[in-house]
Design a binder for this molecule. Structure first.
Ligand SMILES: [Mg+2]
Length: 336
């Protein structure tokens, strides 16, 4: 069945079941002219939106509806995580080509509901309209954070230690497999593919870190570590040194790079869409925060470098030599 075979209202009836995942604070969910909900008292409201356009951001033929829906929501949740916030309500607007299979769209909402239920986020509304040829999806999220705990890009200070919440570069390796039509035939490939297709939003980790003493700046890795850390450096007017030998490379990425002749450190430094958090912490609190993080989550918080006052990003190679960063994707940072 195609979208043109049913009307907008019948479509909304099909996808609205299961969209209300959490009822606290919600006064009006899908079904009226507007949604109504109570914001968390005494907290700041966070809003983020992201627009995904077919043939620009995704290929409809090359993905499942489920995976597309999951990732469209995940990347928005990641932006809330990078502020140290809690995600509350999501709004999904889509422009649907008339020839779009209804099953694909139902699968797309299934992917969104699957992820939303893991993070207690409601799908509380949006808009549905027609499109000539391309599918367009806009996801907006409303979240909240305590004013004193909010993490921003502008709070890094010289002497801070830099950490990341997960491995870097896996997503880019997954994209390489997809773009080159390589069959996902091994456990390693499966893990890399999943890192690209079904990224983990670090919401719990971001909230935990934002509550720790001495945690300063944060960002999520969407464009690549070098590029995204660059946003912190320019917003905070600082520099940084990254220790290449300590950038966390997963065992599967290491084996992938050996097999294909790629540089795993380059993947870790410049590969995008890992959606890990990068945080900076005051040196005298960093070790305690790292230990309590590892106790809480049972996984490492990787220390990868330090904030400096040079205004430049420098890479320390495994022999200890310091080089200026001239990596790909490095578009946002001007030398101080
Ligand atoms: Mg971001």
């Amino acid at each position: 069945m195609k979208m043109k075979d049913i009307g907008e209202f019948e479509f909304i009836d099909k996808i609205r079941n299961g969209c209300l995942i959490r009822t606290d604070g919600v006064v009006q969910a899908i079904g009226d002219d507007a949604a109504a909900f109570q914001l968390d008292a005494g907290k700041l409201t966070l809003v983020t939106t992201d627009l995904l356009v077919e043939r620009v951001h995704f290929l409809r033929d090359a993905t499942t509806g489920f995976n597309l829906g999951y990732k469209a929501l995940a990347v928005n949740l990641s932006d809330i995580a990078a502020m140290g916030g809690m995600a509350r309500e999501a709004f999904i607007s889509i422009a649907v080509p008339v020839d779009c299979e209804l099953a694909f769209l139902e699968d797309l909402y299934r992917g969104m509901r699957h992820l939303a239920s893991q993070y207690d986020v409601n799908l509380l509304g949006g808009d549905t309209t027609g499109s000539k040829t391309d599918l367009v999806i806009n996801v907006g999220i409303v979240g909240s954070v305590s004013a004193h705990a909010m993490l921003t890009r502008q709070a890094a200070r010289p002497g801070d230690r830099i950490f990341t919440t997960g491995y870097l570069g896996d997503s880019r390796a997954g994209l390489h497999l997809i773009l080159n039509g390589i069959t996902i035939s091994t456990g390693d490939y499966e893990a890399l593919f999943e890192a690209h297709i079904l990224p983990h939003p670090y919401l719990a980790e971001g909230q935990f870190l934002s509550a720790q003493t001495g945690v300063h700046a944060a960002i999520d890795v969407s464009d690549g570590l070098v590029s995204d850390l660059g946003h912190i450096l320019s917003a905070s007017h600082v520099g940084a040194r990254l220790w290449c030998a300590r950038t966390p490379v997963s065992p599967q990425l290491q084996r992938f790079c050996t097999q294909f002749g790629f540089d795993s450190v380059d993947y870790a430094l410049t590969g995008g869409e890992d959606y890990t958090l990068v945080v900076t912490m005051a040196a005298d609190h960093a070790e305690a925060a790292r230990q309590s993080y590892e106790r809480r989550f049972g996984k490492p918080l990787f220390e990868i470098g330090e904030i400096t006052d040079t205004g430049r990003l420098e890479l320390v190679d495994p022999t200890g030599r310091v080089n200026p960063a001239v990596a790909k994707g490095w578009n946002h940072f001007k030398k101080g």
